[in-house]
Design a protein. Sequence first.
Lengths: 604, 86
Amino acid sequence: MIKGNFIDNLPKVYGIYTGGFLGFIIIMSIAEQMGMTAKTIGICFVAFTVAIYAIIGYLSRTAQADAYYVAGRQVPTVFNGMATAADWMSGASFVAMAGGIYFKGYGYMALLVGWTGGYVLVASLLAPYLRKFGCYTVPDFIGTRYGGNLSRFMAVVVLTVASFTYVTAQINATGTIASVALDIPFQYAVYVGLVSILLCSMLGGMRGVTWTQVAQYIVLIIAYLLPVFWISNKMGAGFFPHFMLADEVARIGELEQQFGFVKNAAADLKTVPKGLAGITKAHSAVNATPWAFISLALAMMMGTASLPHVMMRYFTTPSVKAARKSVGWSLFFIFLLYSSAPMLATLSKLSLIDPTLSTGIIGKSIAEVQAIDWYQNWNQANLMFVSDFNGNGTLELNEFFMGGKAVVLATPEIAGLPYVISGLVAAGGMAAAMSTADGLILAIANAISHDVYYKIIDPKAETAKRLVVARVLLVVIGFAGATIAALEIQGILGSVIWAFDFAMSGLFFPLVLGVWWKRANREGAIAGMALGLISGAAYLVWVRTGGSGFLGITQLTFGIFGSAVSLVAMVVVSLMTSEPNAATQRMVDEVRVPAGKSILGKQH
Amino acid sequence: MSKQAQHWEKSKGLLIMTLAIWFVFSIGIFLFGAEMNEVTGPFGYPLTYWFTCQGSLGIFVILIFWFANRQEKIDEEFGFSERGDD
């Protein structure tokens, strides 16, 4: 099936796939009408979609290095855009983003700006040039541009630190969803998630991951948009929520005025289950200082441009021109989901807090709320909690607590949508987490197998052996990630943001200056990567252990400090040491024009 | 100046313009977030809120496509575009 002119048939193949998926949703909703239980529907959704991904992964199997590492460099722009969007939008984007906006409003929305604005940097500073370079991995670029095994190795270290931080969060998310949908304990669900992830990537490498990511994007975007539109229409808020929720946003502002943000006593808050939060911040008002907003956005933008699993997606396009366009498509597909998250947060919040709506619970008696079916379900799942702190028997705004994930997971049920939508949302979250995890595990395994094993340890290794090593590493790294995820150390979002900071601390300037500053040399790059990563990590440890920090740089934006150190170190050391040799300078000139052969050969 | 140097000069010019627009909509306007939010923006949303939800995001999408087209033109002008299609 995936042979011959598969590439020419892509629109048709994925068109049929999308139609099939919509058909599956309809079949499930008919089955629900006929009395299929919620649990069975959830299992069907997750099992069916994961099985499809596994089949795609199997059909994409390959024994060729360039297919395994860069999908044969023939992925068309639009499809690469979809694959990148799935690669990019993690379980956190899917499950936790709307929740973050719901609770924290403007201050949190810096992430929306940061996680999209970064693509402008990717398109203009890096992607086309790295594509011209013809590398397989990001360290491949660093190692060839600057020369020497040490620079290559340092890049692998930074890549591994950043990506591994990220991947545990993703495996954690697949585990959470699998455990809810399949009703098995989290410790086992993590490994179910891992096996699903490996099924997509093991046989086909980048080729397998590319085609499963396109399939996963289609599932996740349907699963995100369908409920948003449906809820908006059901509430009578407008048939196209993005353009029509101004009244709802204003209404939330009114209600906030009316209820006020009452601060709870510390003793009362202690009774609230861990991980749940109340509404304490304004929905649409500016509630953060300019620097708090800008520094977070900036850190995420520079982090975006340094994360290897995103960058390597642009190595798969057929040309430099296609790489540029493909960044635009990626951001377009990301935009579809990101612009919907604030709308979902608005709808979710209004449906819960507006006493004039039938779904509103604020102002009802506590006993009445506790008797609602969906409240009981989500209370049991540890995602909702009410408590009568002031003892007046009525639920106040400050007495209602919810988990961040509940905004995406529970809103369909609260709004009275059929259960089939909840099953769909579970499949979407699974797709989002799996696709990102695949990209990340592959980025790490490829860097270690290609850059450490093949380029440094055994340059004479044959393709077959290299690919065996790559696959073994894939499994090992996956299991390491799953084992750490099973320990449940930190929340999904915290570690995701750290990954951006680590990546920008160590890689942003060595990558950018590699293209844009001819004078940058090996010593400078090594100093930039090493000192950037070390100082960033040290700052994080310092702030985490009670340090006060400076310039308003928090544990979420420590990359600003790390990358500043990296820049200074790189420039100073480069200027103190001799300039790169003529061959390297010629190489940089070559990289700057799209025409001509790539720097590294097709097979290397 | 060689053809290649001219090409790079123009590419740098485009980069600076692109980054300037990027800077305005990712950082610049948020220096005045509180003041701007008093203004009613597109579709009736408060202006800063609209930018964080949709405005800046959408502008970035358009900006990248615009940049890609301009860069292609520059490459063609100097005969540096790739042969074959994408």
